[in-house]
Design a protein around this ligand. Structure first.
Ligand code: NAD
Length: 361
């Protein structure tokens, strides 16, 4: 299969972690006879330095012409980098917002996996963490409260702020379809999270999700109120497979779920549009404090590349091989500094990539 991939190495540790992900992809391609074609584009600070803007139209066009985009991370030290003296629309992060908009990425996927080998990093009680967990939060990314009309007015000398939360049924349906499709590739359970006891938008959300569920009789659907979900994530995270939710609830719950894994260098993510196209990136930032020192953990980016194979190319077997190689490396006792624990061997970014490649082969 021919896979056209646009890469955004970006800033900070970005180029180092993307290089390792490419190495792993190349090993999988060689093993299964695929042809990976990479084109790099500049974004964020790297683009500001060359073009004066964080994202050019040419870079967007290149990304659009690919089947998927693999990104490292963008941005620098926000207190010392000259990029942050620029107006907000010219700063590195504006490039990320720009490309998400240009590619119409409305579905954000964030897996939160606790590996048995890293259970000691989990802040939860041992009896909860020892079994591990593996969930995926599917968050609507372009609607809801963050994109509704807002204003601040003054009435009779009293300041008043108004935000509006709007969803139409088409916005709900397209994300629900994505959620059920992805549940089919996993343990076939969707937990739809809303606040249907209070909000009209949540009642519509629930009704539309029920309609979509009829097309997926093999997937179990349950509904959960967002306040209960926040509690269940720390009480019994292993119960979750796919959590499907709107923008603001997903923003909060996905950070909570990430925290309970305890390992920022391990968390992958993806943003999808209504085709198979997606942008895949680690959940962490560009870690300027360790950039260029061969200290970064490349696993979140390698797992993002695995998600790319699974969700944009339907190469589930190849993705399983990468996920399995990552687990095996952890089982074999290798750790980058951020996930180091007693009795393990500390390795750098490049060596971690090489160890995963060896296990892919
Ligand atoms: P960060 O995630 O870059 O770093 C937080 C801490 O985690 C640091 O100590 C860092 O060394 C460590 N860390 C992060 N990733 C790691 C990895 N793979 N391996 C080992 N350690 C890792 O967050 P921050 O310091 O708040 O932000 C730094 C820059 O990244 C900022 O410019 C910010 O805007 C940007 N950022 C970009 C993205 C993105 O590209 N999507 C996301 C978040 C932050």
């Amino acid at each position: 299969m021919e896979l056209k991939i646009t890469c955004i190495p970006g800033d900070g540790i970005g180029p180092e972690i993307v290089a390792e992900a490419k190495k792993v992809l190349d090993a999988v391609a060689k093993k299964y006879g695929h042809d990976m074609q990479y084109t790099d584009i500049l974004m964020g600070g790297a683009s500001i330095d060359v073009h004066g803007v964080p994202l050019t139209d040419e870079a967007v066009a290149t990304a659009k012409s690919a089947d998927a985009v693999l990104m490292g991370s963008i941005g620098g030290d926000t207190t010392t980098s000259p990029w942050y003296k620029l107006p907000p629309n010219l700063r590195p992060e504006a490039g990320l917002l720009g490309i998400r908009k240009a590619l119409n990425l409305f579905a954000n996927l964030r897996p939160a996996v606790l590996y048995e080998e890293l259970a000691q990093a989990c802040p939860l009680k041992q009896e909860i963490s020892e079994t591990g967990f593996d969930m995926l939060i599917m968050r609507e990314l372009t609607g809801g409260l963050y994109f509704g009309e807002r204003k601040t007015v003054e009435e009779n000398g009293v300041r008043k702020a108004i935000d509006t939360l709007t969803y139409d049924e088409n916005e709900i349906r397209r994300i629900a379809v994505k959620g059920f499709d992805i549940a089919r590739k996993r343990r076939k359970k969707v937990t739809s999270v809303d606040k249907a006891n209070v909000l009209d938008s949540s009642r519509l959300w629930r009704a539309v999700v029920e309609e979509v569920a009829k097309d997926y009789p093999d997937v179990t659907l349950e509904h959960m109120l967002v306040d209960n979900c926040a509690m269940q994530l720390v009480k019994d995270p292993a119960q979750f497979d796919v959590i499907l939710t709107e923008n603001m609830f997903g923003d909060i719950l996905s950070d909570e779920a990430s925290m309970v894994t305890g390992s920022i260098g391990m968390l992958a993510s993806a943003s999808l549009n209504d085709t198979k196209f997606g942008l895949y990136e680690p959940s962490h930032g560009s870690a300027p404090d360790i950039a260029g020192k061969d200290m970064a953990n490349p696993i979140a980016t390698i797992l993002s590349a695995s998600m790319m194979l699974r969700y944009s190319f339907d190469l589930d077997k190849e993705a399983d091989v990468i996920d399995g190689a990552v687990k095996q490396v952890l089982r074999d006792g290798y750790r980058t500094g951020d996930i180091m624990s007693e009795g393990c061997e500390k390795v750098g970014c490049k060596r971690m990539g090489d160890l995963i490649v060896e296990r892919v082969k």
